[in-house]
Design a protein around this ligand. Structure first.
Ligand code: GLC
Length: 610
């Protein structure tokens, strides 16, 4: 609680702001009175500190939180507690930083940020949801909001109150490693789902124990870059989008309008560039458009070390980014240098104090809206949330999301749905019993990890065993050996986990091992159901003739029974493609609305049965 924050001011400001919580109908500017009252009490050091977010992994001395008056700490992709990834370890780490922040002169609590992008995917035992590409195929805003709400509850179960999600990118080129973080290639669908995701995370009352600040990212056009312009001049990630302003506004900007409409608290600029200028340096985009034209009232958080990319001279880079409109700097390891440089820049007049005051006011408004400065504020997680962490109720929501994200691409001879009382089912493929491939990137580790070492969950093989009758024999082998004589073969293939630019690929053909496994099943003379785990549409011409049925399962997460719910007919498939499915590499990039549009499966395609 703020030591010097007078009770009278508290009562006054609660009265003035009408003390209704922030939600879709409450703007952050309503907290100006309280924020400006506190701002007036702050030293330059305390103001600059609020504008800095350091990474847990680089805070060698946790008391640097106090020394630099840090407004925020994050855990980047693999920046985990030293004590491991249990809920208890994450909670203890968060509380230690928060306690130190509240020991400063003004005792302003910090915001702790993580990438909870498909569940609280940092913590062992959390429910892992389908990545956004799968949620896009549900076309179900209510379900997407519910998934975000459950994620928020499992994030707040360890106390943390900020996620760098939803990613509202509009990926245009499937070769990009972040395609799966996007709901769709269609900005209308991304907007339809991005707003509810924000509402799911933030809820209708930001002071609620389950509320988590959302972060719409990566602003703007991260999914529109040109091949070969990526980081180190290869690939797509962090590349250059070379389009007209009309295209930027038609394709890439709409989801931010939806996020702001939903009262999103934070927005993250993209590493990428627009016509040669880095988004993190673009004052027109960050200030004139985002804060001016679109009326964004939260605060802008830079991406991980993105400021360093703006100029070889770090001090110049700091000036460029803050003057362009960045309010908080995600400076995982260079937080001390950032602090010193920004202080010098303000003292030299290169960064006006008005810009500092605007940035700090924006940050403080969000903190007031969350109730961080309310009398009696406690950072302890609500015991009910701890109790519900990883619960059956939460898994039920994720299982529904898996079910509704399944897209049936082929069903020769109405092979699906399968009977639950077949004599024998042979299950195979690299991904059949592999929770790491089932979850994909951003799962426990930044890049994810193939195998069953990541986190608990139900693999497809386990789901099949749970679904069938006691008389059904389930056998398995990765390469399909032993399938002969089975009534049906179910083979799960696809992509190994990856995140960000690591997933940039110039060739999206299936691996030879996967193609061979499907052939082995076919040679065994059994009907073949192919389940595809992938972060994007892949080139599947090599398996098409051998697969009797094909289901695009995307990166479904821990609840594999959502897939067997469809395979065995408990539910009909309702998923519709949120991305166009190319025939060949030569067609990529391919998007709905293109001239000569001739995909293998069109945007919106998806089979079902009566
Ligand atoms: C990463 C990503 C961003 C993420 C941030 C923090 O580089 O670009 O999406 O939120 O760093 O992990």
């Amino acid at each position: 609680m703020l030591k010097s924050f007078s009770l009278l001011t508290a009562i006054l400001s609660l009265t003035l702001c009408g003390c209704r919580a922030a939600g879709p109908d409450k703007s952050f500017s309503s907290y100006d009175v309280q924020a400006k009252e506190l701002l007036a009490r702050m030293t330059l050091d305390e103001k600059i500190g609020q504008m800095i977010q350091a990474d847990n992994g680089w805070l060698r001395d946790p008391d640097d939180v106090k020394k630099y008056y840090l407004g925020s700490v994050l855990s980047g992709g693999s920046s985990d507690p030293a004590a491991g990834n249990s809920l208890q370890a994450w909670t203890a780490m968060y509380e230690d930083f928060q306690k130190r922040a509240m020991e400063t002169r003004l005792g302003i609590p910090l915001l702790y940020g993580i990438d909870a992008v498909h569940g609280n995917n940092n913590v062992l035992g959390a429910v892992i949801f389908p990545h956004n590409i799968g949620l896009g195929c549900t076309r179900n805003p209510k379900l997407v909001e519910e998934a975000a709400r459950v994620t928020a509850e499992e994030v707040r179960a360890c106390g943390i109150q900020w996620t760098f999600a939803p990613c509202v990118t509009v990926p245009q080129d499937e070769r990009w490693g972040r395609t799966y973080e996007g709901f769709s290639e269609d900005p209308k669908l991304v907007s339809l789902l991005g707003g509810p995701a924000v509402r799911g995370f933030q809820g209708s009352d930001l002071t609620a124990p389950s509320a988590v600040l959302a972060c719409a990212k990566h602003y703007v056009g991260d999914g529109g870059t040109r091949m070969g312009t990526g980081k180190w001049n290869r690939g797509l990630d962090q590349g250059d989008m070379r389009v007209s302003e009309e295209t930027l506004r038609t394709i890439h900007l709409p989801p931010y309008r939806a996020a702001i409409e939903a009262n999103v608290a934070t927005i993250m600029p993209s590493y990428s560039s627009w016509n040669g200028l880095k988004c993190s340096a673009n004052k027109y985009l960050l200030t004139d458009v985002l804060k001016g034209e679109l009326g964004f009232e939260g605060f802008v958080i830079s991406d991980y070390n993105a400021i360093r990319q703006l100029d070889p001279d770090f001090k110049k880079a700091v000036a460029i980014s803050i003057n362009a409109g960045i309010d908080m700097a995600m400076e995982p390891n260079e937080f001390a240098s950032f602090f010193t440089n920004l202080k010098e820049l303000v003292q030299e007049g290169a960064v006006p104090m008005s810009r500092i005051d605007d940035a700090v006011t924006r940050i403080l408004r969000v903190k007031f809206a969350m109730g961080l400065m309310a009398p009696g504020y406690s950072y302890k997680p609500d015991p009910a949330l701890v109790q519900a962490f990883g619960s059956a109720e939460h898994r039920k929501v994720a299982r529904q999301a898996v079910r509704e994200s399944m897209v049936l691409l082929k069903n020769e001879g109405k092979l699906l749905p399968l009977s639950k009382s077949l004599a024998r089912i042979h299950v195979g493929g690299r991904a059949a019993d592999n929770i790491g491939m089932q979850c994909g990137g951003w799962t426990i580790d930044w890049q994810g990890k193939s195998g069953n070492v990541t986190t608990g969950g139900t693999t497809l093989l386990e789901a099949v065993k749970k679904s069938v009758s006691a008389n059904t024999k389930v056998t398995s082998s990765i390469d399909g050996s032993g399938a002969q004589g089975a009534d049906v073969g179910i083979i799960v293939i696809g992509e190994d986990p990856y995140a960000e630019g690591v997933g940039d690929r110039s060739d999206l053909h299936l691996s030879k091992v996967d193609v061979q496994a499907v052939e082995n099943f076919k040679k065994a003379g059994v009907p073949v159901v192919v389940i595809l785990y992938s972060g994007r549409p892949l080139i599947i011409e090599d398996i098409l003739p051998n697969a009797d049925a094909i289901v695009a399962a995307w990166l479904p997460g821990t609840e594999g029974q959502g897939i067997t719910d469809i395979l065995f007919g408990d539910f009909k498939p309702t998923g519709k493609l949120s991305f166009s499915w190319p025939r060949t590499m030569a067609q990529i990039p391919i998007n709905i609305g293109d001239a000569n549009y001739d995909p293998l499966f069109a945007y919106g395609f998806g089979l079902t049965w009566n």
